[in-house]
Ligand binder design. Structure first.
Ligand SMILES: [Zn+2]
Length: 136
């Protein structure tokens, strides 16, 4: 599910991936986050300001995951995505949410490096003001 804002953002950068850091919290299997620090990458990847992400987690502890688009329509994490998610989950010592928008919908996975599991999110919804909710 996409908001007009996301659709427009995608339309303006059809060939490049867009990424956001997800800041928020998880309660009872429900993830609530604000999509922040938008970045535009290349057609096949988007990089984040990792130092900024690290600083944020150290000071506030509210980094819950990452959102990015797959302009070429792949609706699952790439090998690079998996590697990145596992590395950050290990680094932060907690499960992290990976949201991917393939242009048709937003799909989610939870990477838990502590018990080496990856689970699929049942539902995601993007609300106004870039608020995203994901239900385990
Ligand atoms: Zn990806």
């Amino acid at each position: 599910m996409m908001t007009n804002m996301i659709k427009n953002a995608t339309a303006n950068h059809v060939s490049c991936e867009i990424g956001y850091i997800l800041l928020g919290e998880k309660i009872n299997g429900i993830w609530h986050a604000k999509m922040t620090w938008r970045r535009t990458g290349s057609p096949v990847s988007v990089d984040f300001d990792w130092q900024k992400v690290m600083d944020r987690e150290e000071t506030r502890g509210d980094v819950v995951g990452f959102f990015h688009t797959h302009p070429k329509g792949l609706n699952s994490p790439s090998a690079r995505d998996k590697k990145t998610m596992n590395a950050w989950s290990t680094c932060f010592g907690k499960p992290l949410l990976c949201l991917i928008d393939d242009g048709h919908g937003t799909y989610g996975w939870i990477y838990n490096a502590q018990d080496e599991t990856v689970s699929t999110v049942n539902k995601t919804a993007i609300f106004r003001r870039k608020v995203v909710v994901a239900v385990e």
